[in-house]
Design a protein around this ligand. Structure first.
Ligand code: PEP
Length: 250
């Protein structure tokens, strides 16, 4: 039995006051973390404030990190900084980082390894562009992303990774993958993990769907056997909508 998970990706949104009002609005209403993991991935400047005020059933994540511990990397945040701020999760390889900031699979692999070695749980994003989808190469693109991003990750460490299938054409566009397409690709991810690791790991690893998920379409997506939760941008910005999404996991 895999525990469902709902992850908010606030991207570059919310002031400190807005962020605190959000978590005060949901803290008491969240279902127990025994039955669903609820995570908010916030801008780095808000992490400390959120960690200090997170309720028992809320966890905090970062949206990005550098793989080095310290150094001349102006503007970057290190895994040591995240870990010592008691952040638990970090999104790695989001398509906006890949497309807008030139992150490659090899660079993402370094972040995955570094996050794990600093006790952080990476939420590794993979997914195809519209061109790749139209060329019919979705599964091989995802397979390749996984193979490179997970290079050197041991069978012990893979247990601390969450994979998010995020078709790039569905992110922030209002277009959602159909439940059957999303299920197929999440199943392909699980099959790839089985080949790269083993059947038990494939069965245990959590695979989320991301791409214009909202309360109106979440139930159908989350009822698919290989979809264990969501990574949500737009619909995670409003506390009522996010709470509804968390409850759709139950
Ligand atoms: C995301 O940013 O990971 C995402 C899925 O965004 P949205 O829900 O807005 O498509």
């Amino acid at each position: 039995m895999r525990k469902p998970m709902m992850v908010a990706n606030w991207k570059m949104n919310k002031t400190r006051d807005e962020a605190l009002a959000f978590i005060y609005a949901i803290n008491e209403s969240l279902p127990s973390c025994d039955v669903v993991d609820t995570v908010i991935c916030a801008p780095a400047i808000l992490l400390r404030d959120l960690v200090k005020r997170q309720g028992d059933n809320l966890r905090i994540g970062a949206q990005n990190m550098h793989y080095e511990e310290f150094g001349a990397y102006t503007g970057e945040i290190s895994p040591v900084m995240l870990h010592t701020t008691s952040v638990e999760y970090v999104i790695v390889g989001h398509s906006e980082r890949r497309s807008l900031f030139g992150e490659t699979d090899e660079f993402i692999n370094k972040k995955v390894i570094s996050a794990l070695s600093h006790g952080l749980k990476p939420i590794l994003c993979v997914g195809e562009t519209l061109d790749q989808r139209e060329l019919g190469i979705t599964s091989s693109v995802i397979r390749n992303q996984l193979e490179i991003a997970l290079k050197g990750v041991s069978s012990d460490d893979i247990k601390n990774i969450i994979i998010a299938y995020e078709p790039v054409w569905a992110i922030g566009t209002g277009k959602t993958a159909s439940p059957s397409d999303a299920e197929n690709e999440c199943k392909n991810i699980r099959d790839a993990i089985k080949e790269l690791y083993n059947a038990v790991t494939a069965d245990e690893i959590r695979v989320l769907y991301g791409g214009s998920m909202k309360p109106a379409n979440a139930k159908e997506l989350l009822s698919c056997p290989n979809i264990d939760g969501g990574l949500v941008g737009g619909a995670s910005l409003d506390p009522t909508s996010f709470l509804e999404l968390v409850k759709c996991c139950l």
